[in-house]
Design a protein around this ligand. Sequence first.
Ligand SMILES: Nc1ncnc2c1ncn2[C@@H]1O[C@H](COP(=O)(O)OP(=O)(O)O)[C@@H](O)[C@H]1O
Ligand SMILES: [Mg+2]
Length: 306
Amino acid sequence: MIDLTNETWRSNRFGGSEKKRTLIYEGKTYMVKFPDPVRSTKRTMLSYINNQFSEHIGCNIFRCLGIPAQETFLATCIDPMNKKEKVVVACELFCQNGEGNLIEFSRFLLNDTDSNTRRTTTVEDVMDVLEHSPLLQDKEKIKDYFWNMFVVDAFIGNGDRHLDNWGLIETPDGKFSPAPVYDCGSSLSPLKSDHEKTFLLEDGNTFKREEYNLNSVYRMNGQRIFYHEIFKNPPEDLRQAIQRIVPRIKTAAAQIDNFIDRTEGLSDVSKTYMKKSLMMRRELILLPALKRCSEKGHALVRGGGR
Ligand SMILES: Nc1ncnc2c1ncn2[C@@H]1O[C@H](COP(=O)(O)OP(=O)(O)O)[C@@H](O)[C@H]1O
Ligand SMILES: [Mg+2]
């Protein structure tokens, strides 16, 4: 792993919650995320959240599935605050050469918010804005992007794809397109220590409770969405995304496992844990959902032909 301590550093320019700084490296600009000190309210035995590995592997999984995501690399760096060496993740900034600007969806929402319609993190509000915004030329493309991300987030166990954690690129001529995926730092169980993972790997029931019963950050029909529930009876847009993305997840499974195995600095128990949790969600949530969608599709075709 390369060491970034003596490279060129600039002040952080971005919001969010994790500790970050800006790096100039080999002619490109990066946002570098440091492991986040655990705040006392979080239920964990860790003193630092392992969000760097989640970011790096999560973004790579999106790319393996053909969904553009920020380029990342892992490195070491001495934290200037406490002089301790940390593993960090460098995230290459998109639109570095003025090709466009990232508009996080939370900001885009404000185009169509007035005092009577306070927008919240619900599927209904996202869809309403996408459908009615006069600024968007290709609404279907952005809707597909939202649901593609939803499927992959279910796979990587991401409960934090809120409205600041995805967005649109606005080019200088005022056109919008999906931004590359960023902030996968809350996926792939960053809050669990190796000690907990070892225990969970030996206890199948508790493992399943922890890694299967995951919820999305979104609400729909007034309720928080659990991934395993919505995949049993998906709305039409999600059904189509399942049919687009789950076959790719099946094809890329070995490649993803291989990437995890090759990740430097990640403990063996974390590698085993990540691969097992991905396999469980693929086998118990995603593939059965794909099978049901295909059966339903056939039934519709047969029914329509009569
Ligand atoms: N690769 C990137 N290029 C440009 N802007 C980015 C990139 N990644 C994140 N951002 C911006 O920086 C903000 C903070 O990054 P994020 O990864 O969400 O950090 P945090 O984990 O602290 O929430 C994002 O909300 C987004 O506006
Ligand atoms: Mg964020």
